[in-house]
Every structure is written in C-alpha cells, then in structure tokens.
Design a protein around this ligand. Structure first.
Ligand SMILES: *[C@@H]1O[C@H](CO)[C@@H](O)[C@H](O)[C@H]1NC(C)=O
Ligand SMILES: *[C@@H]1O[C@H](CO)[C@@H](O)[C@H](O)[C@H]1NC(C)=O
Ligand SMILES: *[C@@H]1O[C@H](CO)[C@@H](O)[C@H](O)[C@H]1NC(C)=O
Length: 632
C-alpha cells in the first residue's frame, strides 16, 4: 500500500518542474523501495521542532496517507489551477494535502503569466491552503517543506510573508533531520533568494555549516554539481569540501555534470587544477553524442576564464566542434574564438572555419562580434588562407559602423588590424587623434598605460608599415615613450642583460637595457656593432627610436643596430614556436625601424647552462643577423 502511494507521489512530483531533479530520484528510489533516504524522508511525517527522538513511524499516521491517496487521484487529473482550487474547496484537508495542492498549482501556473499567478495567491481558497500549511507546519513532511519553499516562490510569494517565514523557521529547526539531498535542494532555494537580495542569514549560515559537516553523505554527482553551482558561491570552505568530492565522484559524472561543475568553478574563479584535470579526463572519455556544441562552448569558456590548459581536451573539443561550425551563430563563433584565443590555442582548421563562417554570413555579424573575431585572430596572429576575400568582407562590414564602437574596443580593433597588417588609414587617424586619447584615460593605471602603449604601436604601424588599404595619411600624433616599470624583469631577461653586458665588455656606454622606444615597444637590450662586429659607444649616436632622439653623431659606416628580445613562454601560442600577434608585430616594427633583431626564445635559453654558452649563443645569433642583412 505504502509503496503504491509513494509511487503515485513520485509520479505526481515528477511533473512538477522545480522539484524534478529531486523527484526523479524519488521515483527511481521508490521503484526499488529501499536504500536511498529520499522515499523515507518523504514518507516520514515531520518530527516536532528540535525533536529529541526519532520521527513517528509511518504506521502511526495512516489516515493522512489514505485521504491523500484519494485527493492524489483527483489532483492528478486536474488540468488547471482552478480545478485544484475547486477540489480543495470541496474537500479541504490536512497541511500535507494543502502542500500537495500548492505544489501542483505552482506547476500548472508555470504555464501561465505572472499576473495570473499573483491573482491565484489572492484567491480565498489558496489563502485557506496557505493558512492550513501555516497552522499545521509541524506535521508537514520534510521533503514537502523544501518543495513548498520552491513552489511558493515560483508562485511569487516573498520570503517575508508569514507562511514563508514559518516554512523557513521550520526548515531551520529540522536541518539536522533533512537528508543531504533535501539540504542541497534547500540550498538551491536559499542561494536563489540570496542572489535576489532576500537572503535569510540565519538559515543560510546554519544550512551551509550543516552541508559542510555532513559532506561525507554526499554521494550523488548531480546533487554535487548543483550544490557547487548554487551554494558553493556562498561558502568557500564548503566549496573546498565539494571539490574533494568531485575528485571522488568524477568518474560517475555525466557530461552535463562536468559542465555544471566547470562553470561553477569559473564563475567563482576557483582555479583548482586537480579538479579541472579530473573533469577534463572524464569528459574526454565521453562518447561524441554527449558532447554537443553548447556544452563544448561552455567548457571552453570555463577553461579560458580559469586559464587552464589541457591540450588533449582542447584537441578533442576542437575536433568535436568542427562539424558543428556551419550551424553555430555568430555569437557562438565569437565566444568560441575568444576562448581559444585566450587559451592561445591556434587550431588551424577551426580558425579557417571561423573565417569561412564569417564570409558565409557576414551580414548576420554585429560590429561587436566581428571586432571580437578580429581580436582573436590578431592575438594568435592568424591569417586565413582566403585572406583578400576575407578582409574585403571585413572592411565592407565595418564601413559605417566601426566609429560607433566603444573607445577601448575600437582601439583594440584598430590595433588588431595593425597586427594583421590590415589597418586602414582612416581607422588609424581616428584613434591617434589627440581628442580621442582623452577617452582612454579612465580606469586602472595599468589599463591606461597599456592603452597608451597600444596607441603608440598603432602610430608606429602608420609610420613604419605600408598600410593595407589606401587613404588619407593622418598627421602624426604625439609619440612619447612610456617608462618601463623597474624591477619587473624575468629570469630570462636578467640572464640576457648579463650576457649582453659581457658582450659589451662591461662598458655601460656601449649598452642600453630595457629601452622604452617611441614605437611603444620595449627593447630588452640594445647594442651598436661596428663594421668589425665590435660594440661601440652609443651614447652620442643618433637614436630616432628614443624620445629625445639620442645624440648628434651618425652611425659609423657599416655599423648595425642590434635589438635583443627575450621571448618568454607566454609569448608563444600554446604548444608551438609561433609568436603571438603582439610580439610578431613588435619584431616587425623594430626591423622596419632599422634594427637587426636578435630573438632569444626561452626554449633555446633553457638549454644553455653556462655563461660562456649564453654569450657564444648571442654572438652566433648576431653573426647570423648581420650576415643575413649583408646578403640582402
Ligand atoms: C559556408 O558555406 C559553404 C557553402 O554553402 C558550406 O559548404 C560551408 O559548410 C559553410 N561553412 C561554414 C563554416 O559556415
Ligand atoms: C634594466 O635591467 C637591469 C638589469 O636587469 C636592471 O638592473 C634595471 O633596474 C632595469 N632598469 C629599469 C628601468 O627597469
Ligand atoms: C665584467 O665584469 C665582471 C664582474 O662585474 C667580471 O667578472 C668580468 O671579467 C668583466 N669582463 C670584462 C671583459 O671586463
């Protein structure tokens, strides 16, 4: 008998959307009729507040069960809130029956609009139900209590109303008696109220503590994922526990659970590497059918936000996503390309696909989406094969709309086109205008400095590079170097400085380090070599790259200016020896400004153990650079 009633309950609740997660478990659990605590919690009548003993055994309340089954049949058939209200008016009943009706009404009302739900609450029959619940709150079952909070909130009842207050107080009293899943479901409700500024401090603090203390009871991946997404944000110590649980349960996660957890971590900026590794591992084990495009996009977004690189996972995601590409929206393409660019992951077929996607439907791209695509391409220094056709479309799409971009984004967009060697003089003129500069002075100091540098680099493009498209050449801006912050050198830079100092035979007058140029680029070290490849004093030599222009003497006959650039790990695309767009432009600009560039990548430098090796490495590279120059 009891099993049958429970089965019906489960069925009924399953159709109640806000209780679906919980009730589907309920249904599964009732099917087996044993094991999990859910059915018991539902069946067991409520304990008295602060109950010292155990809840009453089920058999002691047979009458409620019996009446409920009658009403259950009828409520199940009711297709409208009105029908349920009518049933209640005719039959009335206990608090649990009122609760059942309210939950059902809430489910039915979800299909209606908000105004109608509000009217429902005014209905005297509904008021009667609420009063019944309120007056007999202590006999309302545990699971019902939690479901009612959700359902009544969905109907638009505020947490401050008397019946909601009673439900919350009752839940607070009974926390220790709720199952872990009920606690998690309650936490879901509490955190949703929190985000609306209607939090109940007492309930939420005690609940979080309870969840934390009883974390070993957590054995269900779905509950865990939901809990991380909702309650995790409210307590970082709970989140620590939950992360441990993820490591334990990750194997049982569905792809959807993995997505939820990854998004929870990223929204809370928790870069927990072991957890992310476990998630990646298990996601990779999933069949393709579970890896749908929206899920992949969310994962890429989470990874990029947490700056977490996992090459095999990225490979898998990229190849899974490729066939979906034609179906993606411009917004998806923007998001995906942005995530990959942040991760420095240049997957050529995908990026070719992005370019093709734009060319297929350029009219459906907004200026913002196109700008972001350009930004991603520039970051990775990616040029589509169909280059001319692509940029033709880009310029067509930007015409008439680019000036409407927000100033910082406009600067980024023009800068990116400079990286890709596609900037039009009009764009450059717009952002190098001094009136425009004042628009870029808001925000944190480091932010302002980085945009000042970008403007200098844009101006350098105009000065040094043949531009992609013809147009009026704008007047020069006001280039002045931006000072380098002292004491921010990496090990590679320090090593390079020391080796170059040896090359210059310790003559400080023959060497410059950390040179801030008028082009907005910093040169790690600078030497001038005479025709015999010996460093010469450079203090009195002209230096057009310096703000003051240097000294008065011209470079000796046959001399070369050398610029040494330290390329760190972070300057390259992931798993590759290709520079990111920014550094590729730096190298190009310096070469155009008359320097022979000596590149010192981290992967070479790491191999050099002794100082003499470093010095001879540089000598070798300098020799090559000079020989190459002579060969031209
Ligand atoms: C672009 O259009 C071609 C031809 O209609 C189609 O085959 C291709 O899949 C499309 N590519 C993308 C990325 O939308
Ligand atoms: C330039 O580099 C040297 C060597 O690392 C360092 O001692 C010095 O402080 C740096 N100068 C500036 C302005 O950062
Ligand atoms: C440069 O100075 C270092 C110590 O400061 C010294 O060991 C080295 O011998 C000097 N090199 C030359 C060529 O004078």
């Amino acid at each position: 008998m009891t099993a049958r009633i429970l089965g019906r309950w489960a069925h009924l609740l399953l159709r109640c959307p806000q209780a679906s997660a919980a009730s589907s478990r309920l249904q599964a659990a009732t099917a087996q009729r044993a094991g999990t605590p859910w059915p018991l919690a539902w069946a067991r009548p409520a304990a008295k507040p602060l109950c010292l003993g155990h809840g009453l055994p089920e058999e002691e309340q047979p009458s409620i069960k019996f009446k409920l089954s009658e009403l259950d049949e009828l409520v199940k058939k009711a297709g409208t809130p009105e029908a349920v209200l009518q049933l209640w008016a005719e039959r009335g009943g206990s608090a649990n029956q009122a609760g059942l009706c309210l939950i059902h009404i809430s489910r039915l009302a979800l299909k209606k609009d908000r105004a109608e739900s509000a009217n429902l609450l005014q209905d005297p029959r509904c008021v009667d139900m609420l009063e019944t619940v309120n007056s007999q709150i202590s006999v309302v079952w545990n699971g019902m209590l939690v479901s009612l909070l959700h359902s009544l909130s969905n109907l638009g009842l505020l947490p401050s109303t008397p019946v909601m207050q009673s439900l919350q107080t009752e839940a607070l009293w009974r926390l220790r008696r709720l199952t872990y899943r009920q606690l998690a479901y309650l936490a879901d409700w509490v955190s949703a109220r929190h985000s609306q500024g209607q939090g109940n401090e007492m309930l939420s603090t005690t609940l979080l503590k309870q969840l934390e203390l009883r974390w070993t009871e957590l054995d269900n991946p779905r509950t865990l994922a939901t809990l991380m997404a909702r309650a995790g944000a409210l307590s970082s110590s709970l989140m620590d526990r939950l992360e441990d649980k993820v490591l334990e349960l990750a194997e049982k996660f569905s792809a959807e659970d993995i997505r939820k957890v990854a998004l929870a971590l990223s929204s809370q900026r928790r870069r927990s590497v072991p957890v992310l590794r476990a998630l990646s591992y298990h996601l990779r084990e999933k069949p393709s059918s579970e890896l749908q495009a929206p899920l992949l996009l969310d994962m890429a977004f989470a990874y990029s936000k947490l700056n977490f690189h996992h090459t095999p996972m990225l490979e898998r995601m990229s190849s899974e996503l490729l066939p979906w590409l034609p179906e993606l929206s411009p917004a998806d393409v923007m998001r995906w390309s942005k995530a990959l660019a942040l991760l420095k992951w240049l997957h050529l077929p995908l990026f070719e696909g992005f370019a093709q996607h734009f060319m297929n439907g350029s009219e459906s791209y907004s200026t913002l989406q196109l700008s972001n695509l350009i930004l991603s391409f520039a970051r990775l220094n990616f040029q589509p094969t169909n280059r001319e056709k692509f940029y033709k479309k880009v310029h067509e799409a930007l015409r008439g709309s680019w000036l409407g971009l927000e100033p910082f984004l406009l600067t980024d967009m023009v800068w990116s086109l400079c990286v890709l060697q596609q900037a039009v003089p009009d764009y450059i003129a717009a952002v190098t205008d001094t009136n425009f500069h004042t628009k870029l002075t808001e925000g944190a100091a480091s932010h302002v400095v980085s945009y000042k540098l970008k403007l200098l680099q844009i101006a350098a493009s105009r000065q040094l590079e043949p531009l992609g498209a013809p147009g009026e050449c704008p007047p020069a801006g006001t280039p002045s170097a931006v000072p380098v912050k002292a004491g921010t050198h990496t090990a590679l830079q320090r090593g390079l400085h020391a080796a170059v100092q040896t090359l210059a035979e310790n003559r400080t007058s023959a060497l410059r380090t950390n040179v801030s140029t008028v082009y907005g680029w910093v040169i790690d070290a600078e030497l001038v070599l005479d025709a015999e490849n010996k460093p010469v004093d450079l203090e009195n030599l002209v230096a057009p790259h310096l703000p003051g222009g240097g000294g008065a003497d011209l470079l000796p006959q046959g001399a070369h200016r050398m610029a040494f650039l330290a390329w760190e790990f972070s300057h390259f695309c992931c798993k590759s020896k290709d520079l990111l767009g920014r550094f590729a432009m730096q190298k190009r600009h310096l070469q155009l400004a008359g320097f022979l560039v000596v590149e010192v990548p981290y992967f070479d430098w790491l191999e050099l153990k002794f100082d003499w090796q470093k010095v001879s490495y540089l000598k070798d590279k300098m020799g090559h650079a000079v020989a190459e120059e002579m060969a031209k």
